[in-house]
Write a protein that binds this ligand. Structure first.
Ligand SMILES: *Cc1c(COP(=O)(O)O)cnc(C)c1O
Length: 392
């Protein structure tokens, strides 16, 4: 009854719009950091579905929380109250000290909510022209028209003209250029603490703190795009905590759902009442099933769990740096970028897949986003395959 891999590939080519170049693997099922393809081969997963399956495949507690909710109430729209939504929101607020949450369904939508809030805040408080947002060169903020405009990479800025006005781009870690871009028309600065799609590039603490202090001085909003770095990925609940700053808006998605589509934005005291009825919304946002899963995941993210994420990241980093072909390992926690020599990152990732390890690329790096719950044995097995793939 089940389709074979070649049948799936054929139907995919025929019926699915070709927006992705897929790897040669059709996954059937998984548990923890291991999954099994439709042709019965086992793989170690260092991707978590691009940072989404933060508790691995089909974590028992998460499955239980989701199933219990889906059997009780799957959806009720945002015209009515629902318990899972307020539970997940209150956990996010209590764990961060932020003020309120807006729930959407993806990272791009999370950033749309942040961008709309920043523009309303600027134009209401500082005049009609105060609607410019500074983002960083090499950033990635999503695929909608607003968020590809926010994305500071030229290759995203083609075909879909006209793009939005009002975005300015500053090279990462360049404090002087940032200062030169500041004017009375700027309502927000938005950045990823570690640029994920851009090549797992860590921002300098000095730069992030300078940006935060400019924002505080000039009543400009600091937006942290934590869609990839958030929900424990870097060894803190959110990566901005490493930098000793407090953003005005924090967008999140990927890891929070554990596999279900959910995203959103956390708002601080300045921004939590900017959006009013009618200003923004989304039919599925804060869906009971997705938020029941999110509440379960947030409940796991205590200090001990986060310390382990950090320790596992260090363990992988040290193991990889023993390989002479590994030039450097960037990133934080379990978000790692591996620069290699002798072959390209995409060649190494393809070879690793043939040998039973799923990994990602980001620009010229191998990108690793293993499940946060990965075990030491799974790490050892995966790292051995990766090194083999880099060296062979
Ligand atoms: C993935 C990502 C997005 C977009 O999220 P989607 O859920 O794909 O819309 C936005 N920002 C960052 C930093 C991301 O990594």
């Amino acid at each position: 009854m089940n389709l074979t891999k070649s049948e799936i590939k054929k139907l995919d080519k025929e019926y699915i719009v070709g927006t992705y170049n897929r790897y040669d693997l059709a996954i059937d099922h998984g548990k923890g950091a291991r999954c099994v393809s439709v042709d019965g081969r086992e793989y170690i997963d260092f991707t978590s579905g691009i940072g989404v399956n933060c508790l691995g495949y089909c974590d028992e507690g998460w499955v239980g929380a989701v199933i219990t909710q889906v059997m009780k109430l799957q959806h009720c729209s945002n015209l009515f109250y629902s318990e899972p939504q307020v539970k997940a929101a209150s956990m996010l607020v209590e764990k961060t000290g932020m003020s309120k949450v807006f729930f959407g369904n993806s990272g791009a939508e999370a950033n749309e909510a942040a961008i709309k809030t920043a523009r309303k805040y600027g134009t209401q408080n500082k005049g009609d022209n105060c609607n410019k947002i500074i983002t960083l060169v090499n950033s990635f903020h999503g695929r909608t028209i607003a968020t590809i405009t926010a994305t500071g990479q030229d290759n995203y800025h083609k075909y879909f003209t006209p793009f939005l006005d009002g975005f300015l781009y500053c090279p990462a870690n360049d404090i002087d250029t940032l200062k030169s871009l500041i004017s009375d028309d700027v309502c927000a600065i938005m950045m990823e603490m570690v640029q994920g799609e851009g090549g797992v590039l860590n921002l300098d603490e000095e730069f992030v703190q300078a940006a935060a202090s400019i924002c505080a001085d000039k009543d400009i909003l600091f937006i942290a795009d934590e869609v990839q770095t958030g929900i424990g990925r870097t060894g803190r609940l959110f990566a901005y905590e490493h930098f000793g700053i407090k953003p005005d808006i924090v967008s999140f998605a990927k890891g929070i759902g554990g596999g279900l589509p959910i995203g959103g934005a956390l708002f601080g005291p300045k921004t939590c009442n900017v959006l009013q009825p009618g200003d923004h919304g989304t039919t599925y946002g804060g869906n009971p099933v997705a938020t029941a899963g999110a509440a379960y995941i947030l409940g796991k993210m205590d200090d001990e769990f986060l310390k382990e994420v950090e320790a596992k990241g260090e363990y992988i980093r040290e193991a990889l740096l023993k390989c002479p072909k590994v030039k450097s390992v960037s990133g934080m926690g379990l978000m790692l970028g591996v620069a290699i020599e002798g072959k390209t990152a995409s060649e190494a990732v393809k070879t690793a897949l043939e040998k039973g390890l799923m990994a990602l690329t980001a620009k010229d790096k191998i990108r690793l986003l293993p499940p946060l719950t990965i075990t030491k044995e799974e790490i050892d097995e995966g790292v051995a395959i990766l090194i083999e793939a880099i060296e062979c």
